[in-house]
Ligand binder design. Structure first.
Ligand code: G4P
Length: 295
């Protein structure tokens, strides 16, 4: 998927964002890094660690309602083993949000002790929220500030100005200054982001994308795929992407005049059902595959 790299990765934009984030670092105490729980590795900009330098951080596995719960647990354990604080959230229902402030306070415990010893107990804790487009930053800030002031955009990559939000007494959040683009170091990262819908569909051929997704699911998550589309494992062994898409379309009765299969409709249905987790709670980045990777 060569085209993804050129469309989504803008070094110039990233340089601007990097500068903006760096200029705000001195104003904040910690960074909350939002990740999509279905792709915790692929949704993390690999440059971020060096940009935020040594700022204390909390990883947030958002959209955990759509991820495989056992994988989310493994990811939390992996972070813990690397001495990184992490929590799982679902901003749709609000599940897990209560853990956020205590986790940040825990990460900052030495600093808070220091403030206390200096009589600065009323000082506001400031946290910068960062993450690639579409991980749920606005939803998270909305939920936390309960004021609905953060704009939830359905288009990835909308530029925002610097915005502060008070989410509790003595606790402020700063929305990502600039747009933190994902970085496609390898093709599979770009593909996974496209599968979950973090890359705009209008720049991609949806039939190719959904065909590849079907092959990926056949090779890595065959059970939910077979259950959803009433396929049996033997009939899909060895099929190529377009053949799989056609089979799904046929099983779904998606035909156009003359009995031909409406692959466009089938492609849209597959992507939609995968992205809404109707196909199942599927984690594409398996924690065991990344236990040695620093993110
Ligand atoms: P961003 O600021 O990082 O770009 O992300 P944003 O909050 O705009 O969220 C992107 C999409 O993800 C939104 O859906 C939002 O509702 C959805 N979302 C955010 N957090 C969660 C979560 O924990 N679980 C689930 N299932 N979805 C989440 P949308 O379709 O673009 O808009 P809408 O459905 O809210 O209308």
């Amino acid at each position: 998927m060569e085209e993804l790299k050129t469309i989504q990765w803008f070094p110039g934009h990233m340089t601007k964002t990097k500068r903006k984030i760096e200029s705000q670092l001195k104003l904040i105490d910690a960074v909350a890094i939002l990740l999509d729980a279905r792709v915790p590795y692929s949704s993390c900009n690999p440059d971020l660690r060096s940009i935020i330098n040594n700022k204390p951080r909390v990883m947030i596995l958002n959209k955990c309602d759509m991820a495989d719960p056992s994988e989310t647990k493994k990811w939390l354990r992996t972070f813990q083993q690397n001495n990184i604080s992490a929590i799982a959230l679902d901003c749709k229902s609000g599940r897990g949000l209560n853990a956020f402030i205590p986790t940040v306070k825990n990460v900052l415990s030495d600093k808070l002790e220091l403030w206390k010893s200096k009589g600065m107990t009323g000082r506001t804790i400031k946290v910068m929220v960062v993450g690639i487009p579409n991980v749920g930053k606005s939803s998270f800030i909305n939920r936390m500030s309960k004021q609905n002031r953060a704009k939830v955009e359905d288009r990835p990559g909308v530029t925002r100005g610097n915005q502060w939000f008070t989410i509790g007494k003595g606790f402020d959040l700063l929305d990502t200054p600039g747009v933190l683009w994902p970085k496609f170091d390898d093709q599979s990262v770009g593909e996974k982001l496209a599968y979950i819908g973090s890359v705009k569909d209008d720049v991609l051929d949806t039939e190719t994308l959904s065909g590849r997704l079907l092959v990926y699911l056949r090779d890595h998550h065959i059970e939910p795929l077979c259950t959803r589309y009433k396929l049996n494992k033997d009939e899909i062994t060895g099929l190529r992407d377009y053949e799989l898409l056609e089979l799904v379309g046929r099983k779904r009765g998606m035909l156009i005049s003359g009995g031909e299969i409406d692959t466009e409709r089938a492609a849209a249905a597959v992507l939609d059902e995968f992205r809404s987790a109707t196909l199942g709670k599927i984690t594409l980045d398996k924690a065991d595959d990344y236990s040695n990777v620093r993110i």
